[in-house]
Write a protein that binds this ligand. Structure first.
Ligand SMILES: Nc1ncnc2c1ncn2[C@@H]1O[C@H](COP(=O)(O)OP(=O)(O)OP(=O)(O)O)[C@@H](O)[C@H]1O
Length: 221
């Protein structure tokens, strides 16, 4: 890539991590130890890019994701958030006794979007992910796959510029997997970005870039 193209890419970064370090402290005194997980992680995400971040179990993917969204503080380094983020955590943060509709209402309030916009977005998400028949069902009575759809739908509700997904398709059946990729392609076509974190990537051609998280660092594949 030439220098002009490189500078354009840098100029359009919507999310960037600079030299992120993170270690966890384990055990109690006197056998307390520090376990390094991330050591100098740097990468950026550009507008309109679909990027896969791949690493084996325990490599630090969820830790990095939490740092990127600001849910966890790094020990060193910094995250630059240029655009609005939407986050779909690996373990859904949902309420067993609330229905899908009630979750959309609640998250709509939290995002500060008006009621009409929330209802329109909710309807479109039920349609595109195919789970409208569960609108009035409580989360405690949903299948794992439908919980995963709700989790994704809530991350998309406010139409974020950057969508961060932690193992998004683990519970999806084939039809939902294809619907998911249609949604991702639509976002890309409108200049939005998606970062997908997973322990494996099945369809490499669906991504613009794949990054590997290995030995605490992010390296291009
Ligand atoms: N709160 C914590 N306290 C101590 N150690 C932790 C904590 N959270 C994660 N770890 C450890 O940090 C390492 C990275 O964990 P993390 O969940 O980020 O990995 P991951 O790549 O997302 O794994 P997986 O693919 O299994 O979900 C693991 O060794 C894990 O045991």
């Amino acid at each position: 890539m030439d220098a002009i193209a490189q500078s354009t890419r840098t100029a359009r970064a919507v999310l960037a991590a600079h030299a992120i370090d993170k270690a966890y402290r384990r055990g109690a005194w006197p056998v307390r130890r520090v376990v390094p997980v991330l050591s100098g992680v740097s990468f950026s995400l550009q507008a309109g890019e679909i990027v896969g971040l791949v690493g084996e179990n325990g490599s630090g993917k969820s830790t990095l994701m939490k740092i990127l969204v600001g849910a966890l503080a790094p020990d060193a380094g910094e995250v630059e958030r240029v655009a609005r983020l939407g986050y779909c955590p690996q373990v859904p943060q949902l309420y067993e006794r609330l229905t899908c509709d009630e979750h959309f209402e609640l998250f709509g309030h939290a995002y500060g979007i008006d009621a009409r916009q929330e209802r329109d977005a909710r309807r479109a998400l039920y349609e595109s992910l195919g789970f409208g028949r569960y609108a009035g069902t409580r989360v405690g009575q949903l299948s794992g796959g439908t919980v995963a759809k709700l989790n994704l739908g809530l991350a998309l509700l406010a139409d974020p510029d950057v969508l961060l997904l932690d193992e998004p398709y683990a519970g999806f059946d084939w039809d939902t997997y294809l619907r998911f990729w249609n949604l991702v392609a639509e976002r890309r076509a409108t200049g939005r970005s998606v970062l997908i974190i997973s322990h494996f990537v099945a369809d490499e051609e669906r991504f613009d870039r794949i990054l590997d998280l290995r030995d605490g660092r992010v390296v291009p594949r």
